[in-house]
Design a protein around this ligand. Structure first.
Ligand code: GLA
Length: 697
């Protein structure tokens, strides 16, 4: 082909290269993978990737490229779908400008007829994650963009396996694998939040499951993600991070940001994880470098639910402090008339019936125990049974009908209204001004229906306000658990609540799957009660506590309901968490493969130390489980390997050489990674911790 009318652009990270070239009026992603040698000739590389014309194809066969358009005969889903004068039209976006430097490229596309212009900025960030931010602008009115891609990624056809993480309330992020075939796989959400469908976090891999491309569609609201195979046999991922219902209609001179897509390449799954975690740590989380150690929480929800009293909470704080807890989080139920989930949302004043003198006596008590204080809020919501609703029944999202359908008995405030946002800002500012609050758990328990499409700008306005006005207050992003986990929120937040499900057997896969992209220090992980209030399952404290160590650890149960032995066991694990959190929250995370599906194992490797866990959820087929092989160590280094106590009671009877394990065994990284450890994983609910210290001679 001779139509390479612009030079190719090459972007290099530390380990990856990306080559984008002009091909047939489009831009193609010619290469995305391990770093190319300096001397690679981009023009020749591009020429080596071209296919010719077949009989039954347009004479100039279109390619998908990064900007597929129906005009010219492309028959896959186009990047943009547009209506003008009530008719679907084929736009003719032409590449108007491009520029590139080492780690950055910019493309601008313009369509003369509609006056629409699309600008895409590509940048390689920390962890070699590529961030693409797209904007749409108009210099005419009259066009409605019904579908606007933020990015279309044409990849090599060998990436024919899709892993995504759909779920539901209390069972988020379930790893699901599909082969990419002739159908279009659509993973879109509606109702105004990323939701539980998991299509915003996907991994494309080759059939050997080694090479990986992870893609996050970073959105505060809906996303539209499609994966399909095009007519050249290539795998295409098409992502939209801004999909308001009814589409986008811009005024002359108007513009809108189409959101951000983040994607990365790695030669294996663990590196994919480490690169995404690196990116999130260094480029997303607010002021991450200056974070203090992640405090152990005690959250009142599964301890007391709505059964709140000042004396009961003070008692809870006393009991929490004895366990080593460092922060008491007062969950739902503290504000006016909120005795159950049918009333009170919107009235963000302290309920005098529970706290006659406000929250100050409780907070003072908590602080006297050397803990700090956190509070639950759900600022975007309103209960029909609330003073706010009685005063402003028109402040909620609603349509013209009399019917205002609720979810969890609540409605959503219309954040496009300035007076509504002002009200929320004043309410939150007053709470934070009048009370010594270190942490807000920001919840969101209802989908948007009807959705007027402007909630995204409202929520970002609120979150920006909070960061500016109260920069020291940490924010947890919660949405019935993991209903809106996205880097779009994490820019303003310090942790997410991955799931309401604290049952350790359910929690293990949920945590492992979120940690494919997100570091452990922002994944809340709590020891809940037994039986678990959601699943009804009974589990041993030793098991619950070991599982909760791998995350931002907390307790969501009432210590007063525990036996002495369980309290001691929990306190010992909290002490272990404190000892190891600097490694857990900065090291490289790896999932450990094990042939038994009922065994989950993972570890975190720091500079000179590592901590891991192997947990058994099912009854083994053999007396003894296969060896647990470690990862990420230095092959030639010597490590002192110990099994931190407390040991699981039943399983420790099967541990030979207990004395030798107490002293620790000296093993090389090579032996630990190649051969592994024999651990007595004998019964369900058995978990072992293993801790490694590098021996420096
Ligand atoms: C949601 C959250 C829970 C808890 C309740 C309180 O379900 O996910 O953690 O805060 O609300 O109503």
């Amino acid at each position: 082909m001779t139509d390479l009318t612009i030079p190719s652009i090459r972007l290099d990270g530390d380990y990856v290269s990306l080559v984008l070239s002009r091909v047939r009026e489009n831009i193609d992603l010619i290469y995305f993978g391990p770093k190319l040698p300096e001397e690679e000739k981009l023009e020749q590389l591009t020429a080596s990737q071209q296919y010719g014309q077949h009989e039954n194809q347009p004479n100039r066969p279109p390619i998908t490229g990064i900007f597929p358009q129906t005009r010219g005969g492309y028959d896959g889903p186009p990047a943009f779908e547009i209506i003008q004068a009530d008719r679907v039209i084929d736009p003719d976006f032409k590449l108007e400008g491009f520029s590139g430097s080492d780690r950055q490229a910019r493309f601008t596309w313009a369509d003369e007829n509609t006056g629409l212009k699309v600008d895409q900025l590509w940048e390689i960030g920390s962890g070699d994650i590529v961030r693409v931010a797209a904007d749409l602008a108009a210099n005419k009115t009259g066009a409605t963009v019904t579908k606007a891609s933020s990015l279309v990624l044409p990849l090599a056809g060998r990436f024919d396996r899709l892993t995504w993480f759909p779920g539901r309330w209390a069972k988020e992020a379930q790893e699901t694998k599909l082969t990419i075939d002739t159908c279009i796989i659509d993973m879109s959400t509606h109702a105004g939040k990323p939701g539980f469908n998991g299509g915003n976090w996907i991994i494309l891999s080759d059939s050997g499951q080694r090479d990986q491309i992870g893609i996050h569609t970073s959105s505060l609201g809906n996303h539209n993600v499609q994966v399909f195979r095009d007519f050249d046999g290539r795998t295409v991922a098409k992502m939209a991070a801004h999909c308001p219902p009814g589409g986008i209609s811009l005024a002359d001179g108007g513009s809108v940001n189409l959101g951000v897509i983040e994607f990365g390449y790695a030669p294996d799954a663990d590196l994919m994880t480490q690169r995404f975690q690196d990116y999130v740590r260094n480029e997303i989380l607010p002021d991450r470098a200056n974070w203090a150690p992640r405090k152990v929480h005690l959250n009142s929800w599964e301890a007391l639910s709505f059964d709140l009293s000042e004396s009961g909470l003070m008692q809870l704080a006393d009991d929490a402090a004895k366990l080593g807890v460092e922060r008491l989080v007062l969950d739902d139920g503290w504000f006016k008339n909120r005795r159950n989930d049918r009333a009170g949302l919107g009235d963000w004043t302290v309920d005098k019936a529970i706290f006659p003198k406000g929250l100050t006596p409780l907070i003072d008590h908590v602080k006297s125990l050397r803990m700090d204080f956190g509070l639950w809020v759900e600022p975007e919501m309103i209960s029909p049974d609330s003073d706010l609703y009685r005063a402003h029944p028109d402040w909620c999202l609603h349509d013209q009908s009399d019917d205002r359908p609720t979810e969890r008995n609540q409605l959503v405030l219309d954040l496009s209204r300035t007076e509504v946002r002002q009200y929320i800002k004043h309410a939150l500012d007053a709470l934070l001004r009048d009370n010594d609050i270190a942490y807000l758990k920001w919840d969101h328990n209802r989908r948007l229906f009807p959705d007027n499409g402007s909630q995204r700008d409202g929520i970002s306005d609120l979150l920006i306000h909070m960061r500016e006005k109260s920069p020291d207050v940490e924010i947890e992003i919660c949405s019935s658990g993991g209903g809106r986990i996205s880097t779009a929120y994490l820019r303003y937040g310090h942790r997410v609540w991955p799931s309401d499900n604290n049952d350790p057997i359910e929690r293990l896969p949920i945590m492992q799957n979120w940690s494919r992209f997100l570091p452990l220090e922002i994944l809340g992980n709590h020891v809940g009660p037994s039986p678990n209030p959601i699943t009804g399952r009974q589990t041993a404290m030793d098991f619950r506590a070991k599982v909760a160590l791998f995350g931002h650890m907390g307790v969501e149960a009432n210590p007063a309901d525990m036996s002495d032995a369980d309290r001691d066991c929990l306190a010992a694990h909290i002490a272990l968490y404190k000892k190891w959190r600097s490694v857990l929250h900065s090291g490289d995370y790896a999932r450990l493969d094990h042939p038994d599906d009922g065994i989950f194992a993972h570890m975190v490797v720091g500079d000179d130390a590592a901590i891991g866990m192997a947990a058994q959820t099912g009854f083994g087929e053999n007396f003894n489980a296969a060896l647990v092989r470690l990862k990420g160590l230095k092959p030639d280094a010597q490590y002192l390997v110990q099994l931190p106590k407390p040991w699981p009671k039943k399983a420790s009877q099967y541990l030979p050489n207990a004395g030798r394990w107490e002293d620790g065994l000296r093993l090389t990284g090579q032996a630990l990674m190649q051969q592994g450890l024999a651990l007595p994983l004998t019964h369900p609910e058995t978990a072992w911790l293993f801790a490694l210290q590098r021996i420096v001679t």
